[in-house]
Write a protein that binds this ligand. Structure first.
Ligand code: C2E
Ligand code: CA
Ligand code: CA
Length: 790
């Protein structure tokens, strides 16, 4: 932004291009100011000179002329004073300034003329002291240019020239040639005065240049600052030596949502909440040292905000700085920090924070580090998720989290480790009894029904407890122990707890060994199938066999599926093991005479396997077994997972011609609903109901309704685990069609295959002892089998 400088006085007085208005105004104001100061200063000497001349020459010249002259001078002075006072009152525009200035210059010209006129008039009569007075006044008036006209070059030159002529005339008329040296002196003096006038003007122009540059610079800075203030999110602030806000900017006040007047003079740091950063800033302000990007908290209309402040001291003793609202950045940071440490769903600590807190707690002084870990897992939460939907499952998890939070003290930490697994970290010195008590309170807390959207939900959980006081252990070990205890609790059943001890660890170690060994079991030929006959309750004859897996472990002997199926499921080993079972069952069935049914158990993981149907179809084909002879038994766990692959597989098996049975019916809590999900061919009534059927009227009612329901749905029924003749008789009367159990025959290996005839003969004999005897011979032969297998 270049500013052109008008270089003459004429600029200020004459017309000027609009763009120069500011410069003109500046120049004229300066000239006017200097002029009025000089003129005011010279007022008294001027009046004195007038009085002196009138008094000195009152007798030598015509008094009327003298008085007339003095009057003119006084009028000019009076006019000047009036103009000056008018000017003082207004803040004139450029046009008015110019008008004033013209008037002033005119006044000066008139004044110069008035003075110039008097000296040649008086000189001829001036002698002795009068001449001295006249000379002094003449020189003083001539020199008045230095005081009065210095900022108006035209008036100054006019004055000097007119006065020089006047004095020359005066000297000439008074002394003639004798005054020549005085005239030379006057000429030198006039030259000096004209030089001074030029120099004065040069200085004014220089000043104008400097002033314009200065203004230009400040204007630029101001413009930049305005722009900055308007467009940036930073606000400027200034405090004085005492740290009180000064010149509070509008934007700063707006940001603080307080009027600028209210903030003015208030200590800056009083705006913020006390914390470490505020103390640091207070120190910087009092030490007058710069600081950078310190974040302070403040409340604006009850809302928490964060401002970031930077500042540096200024030369004038004040301190200037910028402030920026970083609340949203902070929010994001806090959100990120929160998400890193807290569980999104429940708002509880997440696994990461839990680990950190556990480690920190264990790192503490040995004496205080008595830590108890509670791991809590909901029983069958998957079923809730599957049947009621994930949204409801999530809400239930939130509610469980809340309940647990209510159960703990402030210093305890409740975390959600993932899924339906919660953890509670407690620092306590209480013994095992108290910890078990607390675990019971957690179980009780979640056992209370939950009401969500008017619906009642019942859940239960299992709790595993581990303590740091049980021998030295680090965070990893403590978590492992809590995990093992939880696992042990889950194995005991629902709604139970377990405190970690050595036996739990042993069981876990065993489990790991089983897992390692199981990986080799198929390859090493350690697996075998036993077959349990199923009889028709009306005819009493064998209609089929159920294939049941056995593991001939080289060291542990024969292991039943109950001891290794879970590991197999969890590790996925069930898929190759299951495929082996299927092939083996078909291969052995193909060797035996008779057209009996063969039942094969399928676990959820197997049913979910995409290759299941292909494997079955291939081995059916390979061994020439008609699909109609095969029945696949699944539990309701298969349906709970609601996988489309599972449903598709079951459907395809049925399309092959095989049948599907629902195993262990009655022990799940929503079994009836599963009956509607898939058109089963058979229901296998769980041993739990068979067990009490002779003694419990309830069990009789249940079995009777199951058989009626099955009949209505076109399904067959088989009772499992029949161990007494009473049970057998009762089941037949309650409408059950088939039965299997130790009473009839235990599962036996294929090579000791209990032929239908043998079973029939034993059953027809009616003697339980006979069957038991039969069974014993089988057992004896089974015991030799492992040797064969390994
Ligand atoms: P399940 O299908 O309910 O099999 C019946 C279980 O009851 C068998 O246990 C059988 O030995 C036992 N049992 C039969 N009669 C009686 C009785 O009168 N009294 C008593 N107390 N028990 C009786 P096992 O053989 O230990 O099998 C356990 C479970 O392992 C089976 O339950 C089945 O779900 C699963 N399983 C067995 N073999 C296989 C297999 O090849 N593949 C898959 N996926 N699972 C299998
Ligand atoms: Ca079964
Ligand atoms: Ca069963």
């Amino acid at each position: 932004m270049a500013v052109e400088r008008p270089d003459t006085e004429a600029y200020g007085t004459g017309g000027s291009p609009d763009g120069h208005a500011a410069v003109g105004q500046l120049l004229l104001t300066r000239r006017m100011r200097d002029f009025t100061t000089g003129a005011t200063l010279s007022l008294l000497p001027a009046l004195g000179s007038i009085v002196a001349l009138v008094y000195t020459f009152r007798d030598q010249v015509d008094l009327a002329v003298l008085i007339g002259w003095a009057t003119v001078q006084l009028v000019l002075i009076a006019v000047y004073v009036v103009f000056d006072s008018i000017l003082d009152r207004e803040s004139p525009s450029l046009g008015e300034l110019r008008r004033h200035w013209r008037r002033f210059v005119l006044l000066q010209w008139l004044g110069s003329l008035a003075w110039a006129g008097i000296f040649p008039y008086l000189a001829p009569v001036a002698h002795g002291l009068d001449a001295v007075v006249l000379a002094v006044v003449a020189i003083a008036v001539l020199c008045g240019v230095l005081l009065v006209h210095r900022t108006a070059p035209s008036a100054a030159i006019f004055h000097v020239v007119v006065m020089a002529i006047s004095i020359t005339a005066a000297i000439w008329t008074g002394t003639g040639m004798a005054g020549l040296p005085a005239l030379i002196l006057l000429a030198l003096f006039v030259i000096a005065l004209l030089g001074s006038t030029r120099e004065q003007e040069r200085q004014i122009v220089e000043w104008l240049d400097a002033e314009m540059n200065r203004r230009e610079a400040t204007d630029t800075v101001r413009l930049l600052l305005n722009d900055y203030e308007e467009h940036s999110s930073d606000w400027l602030w200034t405090v004085d030596e005492a740290g009180n806000l000064r010149n509070v900017a509008e934007r700063f006040a707006m940001a603080a949502e307080k009027p600028a007047e209210t903030l003015e003079g208030k200590p800056l740091i009083d705006m913020f909440m006390a914390d470490a950063n505020r103390a640091i800033i207070a120190r910087h302000l009092s030490e007058r040292s710069r600081f950078h990007d310190l974040v302070l908290k403040l409340r604006i209309n009850g809302e928490m905000r964060y401002w970031k402040l930077s500042a540096r001291p200024r030369d004038d003793g004040q301190i200037s700085g910028v402030a920026r609202d970083v609340t949203s950045d902070r929010m994001i940071e806090e959100r990120v920090a929160f998400m890193a440490h807290y569980d999104n769903l429940t708002g509880l600590a997440n696994r990461y924070l839990f680990n950190e807190r556990l480690r920190a707690a264990l790192d503490q002084n040995e004496r205080v580090r008595n830590i108890a870990l509670f791991y809590l897992d909901l029983d069958d939460f998957k079923a809730v998720n599957d049947t009621r939907g994930h949204l409801m499952g999530d809400r239930l998890l939130r509610e469980v989290g809340k309940r647990l939070e209510q159960e703990v003290r402030g210093q305890d930490l409740v975390a959600r480790l993932g899924g339906d697994e919660f953890a509670i970290l407690v620092e306590t010195r209480s013994g095992a009894g108290m910890l078990i008590e607390r675990a019971h309170s957690f179980l009780a807390a979640i056992r209370d029904p939950f009401e969500i959207d008017g619906q009642i939900y019942r859940v239960s959980g299992s709790v595993g407890i581990a303590r740091s006081s049980d021998g030295s252990c680090d965070a990893e070990e403590l978590m492992r122990r809590a995990d093992l205890a939880l696992f042990a609790a889950k194995n005991k059943g629902r709604d139970t707890l377990a405190l970690y001890d050595q036996s739990i660890d042993l069981a876990a170690r065993e489990r790991r060994e089983i897992e390692i060994d199981l990986r080799e079991a198929v390859a090493r030929g350690q697996l075998n199938l036993h077959y349990q006959p199923v009889i028709d309750l009306q005819s009493g004859s064998v209609v089929g066999y159920e294939a049941l897996l056995r593991w001939y472990h080289p060291k542990r002997g024969i292991i039943g599926p109950a001891d290794f199926l879970e590991v197999a499921e969890e590790t996925g080993l069930i898929v190759p093991i299951g495929e082996w079972s299927i092939r083996q069952a078909f291969a052995e069935t193909a060797k035996w005479e008779g057209h009996f049914r063969i039942a094969i158990n399928l676990s959820p993981t197997q049913v979910r396997s995409p290759h299941l149907v292909k494997v079955i179809a291939q081995s059916l084909h390979a061994h020439g077994i008609a699909p109609e002879r095969v029945e696949f038994e699944i539990t309701e766990h298969v349906l709970m997972q609601e996988s489309s692959i599972s449903m598709g597989n079951l459907q395809k098996l049925r399309e092959l011609g095989s049948r599907i049975a629902l195993d262990d019916f009655g022990i799940g809590y929503s079994s009836l609903s599963y009956l509607r999900r898939f058109p089963f061919d058979r229901i296998k009534i769980d041993k739990d109901f068979v067990d009490g059927v002779e003694s419990s009227a309830d069990n009789q009612a249940i079995v009777s309704s199951i058989t009626k329901l099955a009949e209505a749905l076109g399904m067959a029924t088989t009772a499992e685990g029949v161990e007494t003749r009473d049970q057998l008789g009762l089941l037949r009367r309650l409408g059950c069609q088939e039965a299997q159990g130790y009473l009839i025959c235990e599962p036996v290996p294929g090579e000791n295959f209990a032929t239908a005839d043998a079973v029939d003969a034993a059953m027809r004999g009616g003697a339980v002892s006979g069957i038991l005897a039969y069974r014993r011979t089988r057992e004896a032969s089974v015991k030799q089998s492992p040797r064969r297998a390994s």
